[in-house]
Design a protein around this ligand. Structure first.
Ligand SMILES: *Cc1c(COP(=O)(O)O)cnc(C)c1O
Length: 364
């Protein structure tokens, strides 16, 4: 084929947008190990009854037709789950796509997006991809939100979008309700609360969503619903915001399989709650053991725990765990997290494997 083309100009002259040139991709290494506790997935597969129900419905899909463009049945099921109107629900291919659509609509060139670091790196990353400028507010040394500083940031930067993450990834801290309310009263634009781990927390900003409030709450099926492979997330927010997002997203962006998978999953709410309770119990057990070791351990309201070896190098501990076939998240090179590692709560057996490997590594 190549000889039919005009003289090749090559690709060396192709350049990405100026504002993307210095950007690095977002990576979470997928290493093949037996104990994988680095990406905060649920430790168990979804209930077998869900898989059976999904298989039954898939046999009735009109494969030659586009799926329901508005994912009406899925939105209705999500709306019923949270006691809101389906017009207040927007779903996407993972909550990351929901964030991307939000930032395409409300971020973009000439606008500013605010985050409070350390927090989920994709908030700033996707904001930059959209062309927006990012201002990074600082959290206090114990990673709680410094409300005075947060007020200063939103007042001076006038962000079109302000992000909170509760429970916060990677610290595990739940944002207090008063702080969310205080920031909501202050932001000039949209406040986004990412609740990927919301079911683990003792309160949810979903209770604050209202058509007259500039607030959206983002959730995902990837973590508590044991469905990371499905790539499905959503937000709940004002009808007017959802209507704008519907204009920005690609047509038929949610495939038929995903729409069915998500709708059916919500019938298994009780099982999901049970799994959350198990993870929370395991989190308590793991945290108690971590506190006995020479580590700083941060309090977690999520399905992971952030910790920092006091006298050993974080990166070396990560490698020593990997040598023992246990993969955790190395946050040691991230800004403001020097020396920190994050472990996902797994099955009791996985947690035991992690704890015994770590005990060995920490032994003097
Ligand atoms: C895991 C995670 C997500 C999930 O992204 P999906 O695209 O839904 O898998 C979103 N936000 C935070 C803070 C996360 O930790």
């Amino acid at each position: 084929m190549a000889d039919r083309l005009l003289p090749a100009r090559g690709v060396a002259h192709l350049t990405v947008r100026d504002d993307l040139r210095a950007l690095e991709g977002y990576h979470s290494p997928q290493v093949d190990v037996s104990v994988r506790l680095n990406t905060n997935e649920a430790p168990e597969a979804p209930p077998a009854a869900w898989r059976d129900a999904l298989a039954a419905e898939l046999s009735r899909v009109d494969w030659h037709r586009y799926p329901d463009r508005h994912a009406a049945a899925l939105r209705e099921a999500i709306a019923a789950e949270h006691g809101v109107d389906p017009a207040q629900v927007f779903a996407g291919n993972g909550s990351n796509e929901v964030l991307q659509v939000l930032l395409l609509a409300y971020g973009g060139h000439g606008r500013t997006v605010a985050t409070f670091e350390p927090t989920y790196q994709l908030h700033a990353h996707i904001a930059r991809l959209s062309g927006a400028a990012v201002v990074e507010g600082e959290r206090a040394p114990d990673f709680t939100l410094d409300l005075d500083d947060a007020r200063r940031v939103v007042t001076s930067a006038q962000p079109a979008v302000t992000f909170l993450c509760s429970p916060n990834n990677p610290t595990g801290l739940v944002e207090p309700r008063e702080y969310v309310l205080a920031l909501l009263a202050e932001v000039p634009g949209l406040l986004v609360v990412d609740e990927a781990y919301g079911q683990f927390a003792d309160w949810s900003a979903l209770s604050l969503v209202d058509d007259d409030q500039p607030l959206v709450v983002v959730r995902t099926f990837s973590k508590t619903w044991s469905m990371a492979a499905a790539r499905l997330g959503y937000l709940v927010g004002p009808r007017s915001v959802v209507a704008e997002l519907d204009k920005v997203t690609l047509p038929y962006h949610l495939d038929a399989v995903k729409q069915i998978a998500g709708r059916l999953a919500l019938r298994f709410r009780d099982q999901m709650d049970e799994r959350v309770a198990h993870v929370v119990a395991e989190r308590g057990r793991v945290a108690a053991r971590l506190h006995e070791l020479d580590l700083d351990v941060f309090p977690s309201g999520a399905n992971f725990i952030l910790f920092r070896p006091r006298s050993l190098d974080g990166r070396a501990v990560w490698q020593a765990l990997l040598d023992r076939d246990v993969l955790v998240r190395d946050c040691s090179g991230w800004p403001r997290l020097s020396g920190c590692l994050r472990v996902t709560i797994g099955t009791p057996a996985e947690n035991d494997a992690f704890l015994s490997a770590l005990t060995e590594v920490m032994a003097p």
